[in-house]
Design a protein around this ligand. Structure first.
Ligand SMILES: [Zn+2]
Length: 180
């Protein structure tokens, strides 16, 4: 299997995206995998096929390949939609504003459940701010998935803190509590 086919298989690249090269930097321990968009482009808002106007260079950190840090690179087309104006098309491997692939972000979130923040920074070889950004995007996705509903029954309780006259109030959704 040739290098390009190997990376295309491992990365799960599907048309219209195509792996074009695989560049290994042994000194920096980095693999750069450029991918090209070959096909028609659609507006990310309405999905209409629209003419491309230009491209923007992007680079995303993906899961490590053994001890090598792996990056996907692409010239991402921008389209000029008659309704929504100039927009960059979406890529299937990452969120719009992230410099990491979705799989890399999932891995960071999984480690955050097990390790301290600092340990995740060291293990994933990224900065505190980058871990924080990944965490904030995950929180945003969670909030988007939340559905609004009216709580029918609430329970209210008051607890004192450390035997002083300081109290906090706990309000709970009685129907949402686990059944005992
Ligand atoms: Zn549009």
């Amino acid at each position: 299997m040739r290098d390009i086919e190997l990376y295309a298989t491992v990365l799960g690249t599907l048309p219209p995206w195509k792996v074009t090269e695989a560049n290994l930097d042994v000194g920096e321990q980095v693999v750069d995998v450029p991918v090209a968009h070959e096909g028609t482009a659609t507006c990310p808002v309405c999905g209409e096929q629209t003419p491309r106007c230009d491209t923007r260079p992007r680079r995303w950190r993906h899961l490590d390949l053994c001890q090598y840090r792996l990056f996907i690179m692409a010239e991402v087309p921008r389209v000029n939609c008659p309704t929504h104006g100039v927009r960059q098309i979406t890529v299937p491997w990452a969120e719009e504003r992230s410099g990491f692939t979705a799989l890399f972000e999932q891995c960071v979130i999984a480690w955050l459940r097990k390790l301290s923040f600092g340990a995740v920074v060291r293990r994933m070889r990224i900065s505190w701010d980058e871990v924080d950004g990944i965490m904030m995007r995950a929180v945003g996705r969670g909030l988007e998935r939340r559905t609004k509903r009216v709580v029918r029954f609430i329970g209210i309780d008051e607890k004192s803190i450390r035997r002083r006259h300081k109290y906090f109030t706990i309000v709970s959704d009685l129907e949402g509590l686990p059944q005992l």
